[in-house]
Design a protein around this ligand. Structure first.
Ligand code: F0G
Length: 431
């Protein structure tokens, strides 16, 4: 059970209890402390152990999971670097989501564990650093929510003004809340993301504001660090596949750029395949790929995964370049597939916002199509935090997404009961 001698001790009467049984309070009613015999431990030795475990990660720029790889990000005088120690995100065994996808060796890199809850922070530390280097006082972006939350935060840290263009009424609440809270000047556009994107490019040119969408090349440099960090976590063993959601298509372009650089440097000697997954209602790249037709923007993009509700992605050409290099594929997934995959990612105890779960929905689809085989090793990128979009979660679990054609297949409905033990017994028996 527990390895070191540990026991429970009452704060009132000092009575001691072993840990063999579950116990929350003393027989006398007092609360319990967990105690250990400190004389058994050597303080100096502990310090050394903790030092080794923590290695050199403490404070400062190299504690960032982006600037740690500075040589492949960009070299800039430290005084300009605006960091929140982003990155350092976990790489999970996919658990239930792996079973669901039908892949034995499936890992999920949770970029929703960044400081503002999405992978955007990796690009934003670089974008705002570049802005500071260029003496920008104001920065701007169009966003489906996460870029704006991240930009507002980093701009606040740097003491810059931030101007945000979001499609009216179409971004998840958690993201809007962050943008407002971090002090971003938030302009809701009557139109969709693509309209906002067009506008912000023009506004930045006319009003001399520094543009921080992923069209900004420094942003892409920072996002490369996702793959640097994954590979370092895997001791530079390259998986067979990376699977990543696609919206404006900057992130997968960054992924392949990072991999190409590692390959050229001989740090890795295998080229993994990249699968980009789009939501079926917002899938210009998947349409082009699957139908072998020229690129054509989607005029009225739709999807519950509002983060990737984008019809005319700015980086589609960069994206194709990476796909060609990695012998990659593009797939699209339905609303139902996204939300069911999300239910599995969530039920695995990991959790992510809808757009992120395209990685898992896409993995399952590609396994079923025989493109990915069960015994290949796969790393999926989860791009945003589960708390970004609580409406989507509650809607699914309360089975209230019928108007969007989505069933709560794996719904976990809350129940209202009387405050009695009998009512609880019945609720538990009902399963
Ligand atoms: N996942 C999440 C959670 C996102 O927020 C985004 C993009 C993507 C995936 C797609 O990444 O655009 O590089 O292909 N969100 C942008 C935003 C558009 O404004 O926050 P991409």
């Amino acid at each position: 059970m527990f390895k070191k001698p540990l026991w429970l001790e009452c704060v009132h009467c000092q009575k001691q209890y072993g840990l063999e049984q579950v116990r929350y309070s003393c027989d006398c009613g007092g609360t319990l402390d967990l105690k250990r015999d400190l004389l058994q431990l050597d303080g100096e030795q502990l310090k050394q152990t903790w030092e080794t475990r923590w290695q050199n990660r403490k404070r400062g720029i190299y504690d960032s999971g982006v600037w740690r790889y500075k040589e492949l990000i960009f070299d800039v005088d430290e005084q300009y670097i605006v960091t929140r120690q982003e990155g350092n995100t976990r790489l999970y065994n996919a658990g239930k989501a792996a079973e669901y996808a039908g892949i034995e060796n499936f890992l999920l890199k949770h970029e929703g564990e960044n400081p503002t809850g999405s992978f955007k922070d990796r690009g934003m530390t670089c974008g705002v650093t570049a802005g500071k280097f260029y003496s920008a006082n104001s920065v701007a972006c169009a966003s489906t929510g996460n870029t704006s939350a991240s930009m507002a935060s980093y701009a606040a840290v740097a003491g810059m003004e931030s101007v945000i263009f979001i499609p009216e009424g179409k971004i998840a609440y958690g993201k809007l809340a962050q943008a407002l809270a971090f002090g971003g000047k938030t302009l809701q556009i009557k139109g969709n993301f693509d309209h906002a994107m067009q506008l912000v490019v023009e506004v930045c040119r006319e009003l001399n504001i520094y543009l921080l969408n992923s069209i900004n090349p420094f942003r892409i440099e920072g996002q490369k660090a996702i793959v640097f960090e994954i590979l370092q976590q895997l001791d530079w063993q390259v998986p067979d596949w990376f699977i990543i959601p696609g919206g404006n298509l900057g992130n997968n372009s960054a992924l392949s750029k990072g991999l190409q650089e590692l390959y050229q440097l001989g740090i890795i000697n295998k080229i993994p395949r990249i699968a980009v997954i789009q939501a079926a209602g917002s899938a210009p790249l998947a349409n082009m790929w699957k139908q072998h037709t020229p690129y054509e923007a989607v005029q009225e993009p739709e999807t519950i995964a509002t983060a990737i509700k984008i019809g005319n992605p700015i980086s589609w050409e960069k994206s194709l370049r990476g796909l060609a290099w990695s012998n990659g594929v593009v797939e699209d997934v339905t609303e139902q597939e996204i939300m069911d995959a999300k239910a599995m990612v969530d039920a695995a105890g990991i959790g992510a916002e809808p757009a992120s779960c395209c990685s898992v929905a896409g993995a399952r689809k590609l396994v079923q199509a025989g493109v990915i085989s069960r015994n290949e090793s796969v790393v999926g990128i989860l791009t945003g935090n589960i708390l970004k979009d609580p409406d989507a979660v509650i809607g699914y679990h309360q089975n209230q997404l019928g108007h969007l054609g989505i069933k709560g297949t794996y719904a976990n409905q809350p129940q209202l009961i009387l405050p009695t033990v009998e009512a609880v017994r019945q609720a538990l028996q009902a399963g």
